[in-house]
Ligand binder design. Structure first.
Ligand code: SF4
Length: 84
């Protein structure tokens, strides 16, 4: 989810973020609500991989980032730790 408008190279993916056109409730749904539509938008977003890497690097705990929910990102982190 797009939080700021920094145009630094590392954050260039935010300039094409499709979520900027959707409301925050779309990417930060209430507990128990579907994340399916947000994930569909992420799947069409050209910055998806960079967005996901940003969320993982910055330990973003809430919302859909890079097509993954907070639970899916946590699982990815856990699986990465388990492989070390
Ligand atoms: S991948 Fe999803 S959350 Fe990330 S910038 Fe694109 S639309 Fe937004």
């Amino acid at each position: 989810m797009l939080i700021n408008t920094v145009t630094d190279d590392a954050l260039a993916w935010q300039e094409t973020a499709l979520c900027a056109q959707a409301g925050p409730e779309f990417f930060f749904p209430a507990p128990g609500s579907s994340t399916r539509e947000a994930k569909q938008l992420c799947n069409a977003c050209e910055g998806r991989q960079a967005c996901l890497e940003y969320a993982l690097a910055n330990d973003e705990r809430f919302g859909v980032w890079g097509g993954l929910s907070e639970k899916e990102r946590e699982r990815l982190r856990r699986d990465g730790r388990d492989r070390r």
